[in-house]
Design a protein around this ligand. Structure first.
Ligand code: GDP
Ligand code: IMO
Ligand code: MG
Length: 427
């Protein structure tokens, strides 16, 4: 087993960070392949809690090499403040490699992210405001700035000026905002050049060599399947490809290098930001899930919208990501409910659907159809093997497995590294 992808199966915050950290002990490289510091991955190690936004969660394991792949958009201020924060806590975070092809998030991307959201008003996406969407837009529009541009000052200045020309016209004439100085942006970026130089690498070459030598490479997804720009609830998505196939593009490895794809699924459903969410609860059970699950965003602190497990979402993620395994997280949060509802179908205009509808209009009209399974009241946070779980808990897990169509190989019963029930070895 050498190339392994970890991917979110819902709308993010499934516990990818914890799963990555846990496997990190036994892998050689951990690679972020998409997104930027819109991610928030919380890892709890003993009494220490780490909130990582841009750095791969493998950084907490001294033996693995953390990599930021070409598919990531990098805010250099965030990169170095996260590195410094970890160094201050005794983590050797400056051993990270950063792709020379990764695009940069600049000050104007952050301004544009916030201004466009305000302009959209009621139709806003509810972005994290980190400049991620505008940075990816520039990449596709071929006016982006890359890591390598920092090492050719005259090219950098030309590229920043060219990129800002149109944006300044837009900012001033449409959004009624002050223009942004190209020199100021370039100067700000250049101040990071010396520190960035030793971290910059041809990461695709490094990773392919490592795979050739039989090393284990773990690709750590950020965001999730239903936030994917192609397969998510467009336009309420992020601007990249968080799905497993995105690991190939965002790290520069071919599809035949991927041996295993682990989908991370929360035992219920949450979403931050706007967009359709058929299973969303507006009653006290939604509030109870939010409080017990601590469902407040790691990046923006926003309360997460909550609902019961939606099998249609995870079933689609299983298909499109060709999942080999599921890691089910936060099962402990469901302790204490008499009955646990599961969304097994949608009713759309009087018709029952057991797969995600083809159009966004239908998804907006979808009403959840529930099946109910018995709950349990025993504390499961100390369970370490399947037989430690009450029969009702195991029945819930088995039912989810049937609905998803993929084996559940691990179960999270608490935020701690050791709070896991391992069923099948993932490496
Ligand atoms: P990510 O973005 O997918 O890495 O997930 P987040 O870190 O944003 O959100 C998951 C939250 O749940 C974090 O606070 C984790 O510490 C916590 N967590 C992860 N797994 C479990 C689990 O099995 N049980 C409980 N109670 N918390 C968990
Ligand atoms: P992790 O990796 C949850 C959501 C935002 C918004 C939409 C677009 O922690 O699971 P963006 O800033 O990316 O342009 O915002 O995507 N979003 C996330 N939601 N977890 C994340 O990351 C997210 N990253 C982006 O809330 O709805
Ligand atoms: Mg998160």
């Amino acid at each position: 087993m050498s190339g392994i992808v970890i991917v979110g199966t819902q709308w993010g915050d499934e516990g990818k960070g914890k799963a990555t950290d846990q496997l990190g002990e036994r892998v050689d490289y951990v690679v972020r392949y998409s997104g930027g510091n819109n991610a928030g991955h919380t890892v709890v190690v003993g009494s220490e809690t780490y909130a990582l936004h841009l750095l791969p969660s493998g950084i907490l394991n001294a033996n693995c090499i953390p990599v930021i792949g070409n598919g990531v958009v990098v805010d250099l201020g965030v990169l170095f403040s996260e590195i410094d924060g970890l160094l201050a806590r005794g983590v050797q975070a400056d051993r990270i490699l950063v792709s020379s092809n990764a695009h940069l998030i600049t000050a104007y991307h952050q301004v544009l992210d916030r201004v466009t959201e305000r302009f959209l008003g009621r139709r806003k996406i509810g972005t994290t405001g980190r400049g991620v969407g505008p940075a990816y837009a520039d990449k596709v529009n071929r006016v982006g700035i890359r890591v390598q541009d920092l090492f050719d000052e005259s090219i950098l200045r030309q590229k920043v000026s060219a990129s800002l020309e149109q944006k300044n016209a837009l900012l001033v004439k449409v959004y009624n905002r002050p223009a942004i100085s190209a020199d100021q942006v370039s100067d700000e970026l250049l101040q990071y050049a010396d520190r960035l130089r030793p971290l910059m690498a041809d990461t695709a070459l490094v990773l392919n060599d490592a795979l050739d030598q039989g090393k284990v490479v773990l690709f750590e997804g950020a965001q999730a399947h239903h936030l994917d720009v192609d397969f998510g609830t467009y336009p309420y998505v992020t601007s990249s490809s968080p799905i497993a196939a995105g690991a190939c593009i965002g790290a520069g490895v071919g599809p035949t290098r991927i041996d295993r794809v682990i989908g991370i699924a929360k035992a219920y459903t949450t979403r931050v930001g706007e967009g359709p969410f058929p299973a969303e609860l507006f009653d006290e059970s939604g509030e109870k899930l939010r409080q017990i699950g601590g469902e407040f965003g790691t990046t923006t602190g926003r309360p997460r919208r909550c609902g019961w497990f939606d099998a249609l979402l995870v079933n689609q993620a299983a298909r499109i990501n060709a999942l080999t395994d599921i890691f089910l997280t936060k099962l402990d949060v469901l302790t204490g409910w008499e009955k646990i509802p599961i969304v097994v179908a949608y009713e759309i205009n009087g018709v029952r659907h057991t797969t995600m509808p083809m159009t966004q209009t239908d998804l907006h009209h979808a009403k959840p159809i529930y099946e109910y399974v018995e709950g349990w009241s025993e504390d499961i946070s100390t369970a370490r093997q399947l037989s430690d779980l009450p029969a009702a808990t195991r029945a819930y897990v088995t039912r989810l497995e049937e609905l998803i169509g993929v084996r559940i190989s691990g179960i999270g019963v608490g935020p701690g590294r050791e709070q896991t029930v391992m069923i099948n070895d993932l490496l």
